[in-house]
Design a protein around this ligand. Structure first.
Ligand code: NAD
Ligand code: TYD
Length: 338
């Protein structure tokens, strides 16, 4: 079995590569990644030692390159993680989100069609459902919740999902979609909430909380997301959407306070809110649990401890990032926020 993993030099794709190498000792994995600002070959350094793993630097919107790689490698399964993934960046510059997240998905699916790939899996997000009110804890996103996006990022991901469903119905593409809540864990790029706060605490910088910090996210340890995708690509039904969530809602303020407690220091600074900021995400994962037997294994407190330890033990991984081009992004994003 040969699996193409796009975006494998990023956070979740990288964790998925390690998960698959470990749990399927007879599979070959080919990672396709353009190595954008968010892609990092250091994330794959151990995988690169494994003869069952190959890395190819490729932009998924480059149709010719994509088709020739499919022609050469003939994958059985394609799992598409490659995306522009940061909401704040999508507010600054939506265009690249539309290009990569929509046209990149199309190029991959066209290649899957051409080369008879047995399964195409689209890694999507709960953000396609928009948000839920803070004062209705009874409401959760299910797979039938209407799509109602808030940010250019979520709009691009929702567009891709619709295209996947269209390819499935019109061309018979054997596709599945998963919509997951916020992930956390090792190799998470420092621009996102949890790693940003850990790194700022370690560097003695203020902790920038948007708005009043009451926005709620449903957090899932990244390895539990990987196990869910593994189940879907093997046992999921074609044409189906599966929600994946941690059942673990926390306000941003609760997250930051937990990190301050875990690391023993840190100073919160409330800053200007994100435009269009989604209030609350909460996922109902009943379908994947009952139909595919998925069980998330990592308790939040354990996952946070493991994550903090990883950032403490892997300083060079994130120091290389935060000392480079990222400095300019941070200055632009946070100094203007006040
Ligand atoms: P990430 O930003 O850490 O990684 C994205 C990877 O995609 C990078 O390695 C980057 O180089 C690569 N990439 C970007 N554009 C590309 C292109 N044109 N061609 C080839 N490669 C390209 O993202 P992540 O957090 O690991 O998210 C992975 C996927 O999971 C995304 O599709 C995202 O929408 C989805 N998702 C993320 C979360 C989360 O909490 N992070 C939750 C649900 C769903
Ligand atoms: P983020 O990690 O960007 O994920 P998403 O927007 O996809 O959920 O942000 C998680 C939450 O944390 C979101 O409500 C915005 C908030 N946030 C801050 O308050 N400060 C920050 O510096 C960042 C990056 C995020």
């Amino acid at each position: 079995m040969k699996i193409f993993v796009t975006g494998g030099a990023g956070f979740i794709g990288g964790n998925f590569v390690y998960y698959m190498l470990k749990t399927h000792p007879d599979y070959d994995i080919v990672c396709l990644d353009a190595l954008t600002y968010a892609g990092n070959l250091e994330t794959l350094s151990d995988a690169l030692e494994n003869p069952r793993f190959t890395f190819v630097k490729i932009d998924i919107t480059d149709r010719q390159a994509v088709f020739s790689l499919f022609d050469k490698e003939r994958p059985d399964i394609v799992v598409n993680f490659a995306a522009e993934s940061h909401v704040d960046r999508s507010i600054l510059n939506p265009e690249i989100f539309l290009k990569t997240n929509i046209l990149g998905t199309q190029a991959l699916m066209d290649a899957c069609k051409e080369y008879g790939v047995k399964r195409y899996h689209q890694v999507s997000t709960d953000e396609v459902y928009g948000d839920l009110p803070l004062d209705r804890p009874d409401l959760l996103f299910t797979e039938t919740t209407p799509i109602l996006t808030s940010s250019p990022y979520s709009a691009s991901k929702a567009s891709a999902d619709l295209l996947v469903q269209a390819y499935c119905r019109t061309y018979g593409l054997p596709a599945t979609i998963s919509r997951c809540s916020n992930n956390y864990g090792p190799y998470h790029f420092p621009e996102k909430l949890i790693p940003l706060m850990i790194i700022n605490i370690l560097k003695g910088k203020p902790l920038p909380v948007y708005g009043d910090g009451k926005n709620v996210r449903d957090w899932l340890y990244v390895e539990d997301h990987c196990s869910a995708i593994d189940l879907i690509i093997h046992n999921g039904s074609i044409g189906e959407i599966y929600n994946i969530g941690g059942n673990n809602e926390r306000s941003n303020l609760q997250i930051v306070e937990l990190l301050i407690k875990t690391l023993g220091k840190g100073e919160i600074k409330f800053v200007r809110d994100r435009a269009g900021h989604d209030l609350r995400y909460a996922i109902d994962s009943t379908k994947i649990k009952t139909q595919l037997g998925w069980v998330p294994e990592t308790r939040f407190e354990d996952g946070i401890r493991k994550t903090v330890d990883w950032y403490l033990d892997n300083r060079s991984w994130w120091e290389n990032i935060v000392s480079g081009e990222y400095t300019n992004y941070y200055r632009k994003m946070y100094e203007e926020r006040g």
